[in-house]
Design a binder for this molecule. Structure first.
Ligand SMILES: *Cc1c(COP(=O)(O)O)cnc(C)c1O
Length: 362
């Protein structure tokens, strides 16, 4: 792989972040981009000022959806370091997603290096208030203009950075979830385990309808029988039962979350009986009725842990743990965020520091 071409812009004004960042509304000064062609492989890796991308109206991904993305975070720790949480896992998953929809693989080590170089250059954008972070969005799309249906000939990889606010500015707050059986998000052997925009397109209508009814998000059932619970669509799901903590096993239609993996590892270390298996919505209801359902929580990069306070399926309305965050949910949230913000030592090799380097401006 050739060396990164730096077109770094001098920053004349001080960065002023708004009081409330929200999610995905603000962007840093620079992006990383690189191109792919069959002849050259991945080439022209460049860090440059953020700018619009001009594209031909026939650009392939717009028409046929050949695109993938990732979402990870950089944190400013207590002592001012900038660190990434499990970036290697995210880039590995990017390549897994790529394979499923005929996108050429990237050199994982090189992309990780490039990602760190970019975050270093825009490190002053990493917000430092409690719960805030820098969201890192790598994505790849088919970029040549052609209206025939086939994999694209050329691709672009972009890494975009967005300072984001605390997910829970008013403290840990349980959400209301609607179990969905009017629509499906993904089916086994389809795209469910691939982080691709198509899965989000499939989920929008059900999400909007759930919001109209006062729910925050939808819990998806398996696409074939609509019997087993799968995931929330932006989060994986865990059911805390009396004798076991259950999360649906990865079956091809569930996105293999990195927070999910982190939580499974922690629960094992805490000697809890964490089980990856099929679990039906009927079983959840039955465990609720028999008093064996202690809690439900979701896992994902954006919020880390989200407590489910209310779960509804058809005319069954369940109040989980009195609508309060479960003890386990809070413990997991505190543990993972303490590691991310450097308040607790990382003994797992999950944290990677972004070394401070001076870069010449052009
Ligand atoms: C990204 C994503 C998740 C969460 O994965 P993390 O790696 O934990 O952030 C869960 N479900 C879907 C559909 C996703 O796209």
């Amino acid at each position: 792989m050739e060396a990164i071409n730096y077109q770094v812009k001098e920053r004349n004004e001080e960065i002023k972040l708004p009081e409330s960042l929200g999610f995905g509304k603000y962007f840093t000064d620079h992006v990383f981009e690189m191109d792919y062609s069959k002849e050259k492989g991945w080439y022209n890796p460049t860090i440059k000022p953020l700018a619009d991308i001009l594209m031909h109206p026939a650009t392939m991904f717009i028409h046929y959806g050949q695109a993938i993305f990732e979402g990870l975070k950089a944190f400013k720790t207590e002592n001012g370091d900038v660190v990434l949480f499990r970036p290697d896992q995210h880039i590995k998953r990017l390549n897994n997603s790529a394979k499923r929809i005929c996108i050429p693989a990237v050199d994982e080590e090189f992309v990780l290096e490039a990602l760190k170089e970019l975050v270093n250059i825009d490190r002053d954008w990493v917000p430092s208030k409690k719960g805030e972070s820098l969201y890192v969005r790598p994505f790849v799309y088919g970029s040549n203009p052609f209206l025939g249906v086939s994999p694209a000939n050329t691709y672009k990889l972009v890494i975009l950075l967005s300072p984001v606010g605390a997910y829970y500015p008013e403290g840990f707050k349980p959400v209301k979830i609607l179990v969905q059986d009017d629509y499906v998000r993904a089916v086994r052997k389809g795209l469910g385990e691939c982080k691709t925009p198509a899965n989000y397109a499939a989920s929008l209508l059900a999400g909007e309808k759930a919001k109209e009814k006062g729910f925050t998000q939808v819990l998806w059932l398996d696409g074939v029988k609509q019997k087993n619970i799968e995931e929330v669509g932006t989060m994986n799901i865990f059911i805390n039962l009396k004798d076991e903590v259950v999360t649906p096993k990865l079956n091809g239609s569930i996105l293999p979350g990195i927070t999910r993996k982190t939580v499974i590892q922690l629960l094992k270390e805490w000697n809890m009986n964490v089980v990856e298996r099929d679990i039906s919505v009927d079983e959840v209801i039955q465990k609720y009725d028999s008093g064996e359902l202690l809690g439900i929580f979701g896992t994902g990069t954006a919020a880390v842990i989200t407590s489910v306070g209310w779960l509804s399926f058809k005319d069954k309305n369940m109040v989980i743990n009195g609508g309060e965050p479960g003890k386990l949910d809070v413990k997991l949230f505190d543990e993972i965020t303490a590691i991310q913000y450097g308040l607790k030592q990382d003994t797992h090799g999950w944290i990677q520091k972004v070394e401070k380097k001076e870069v010449e401006v052009s």
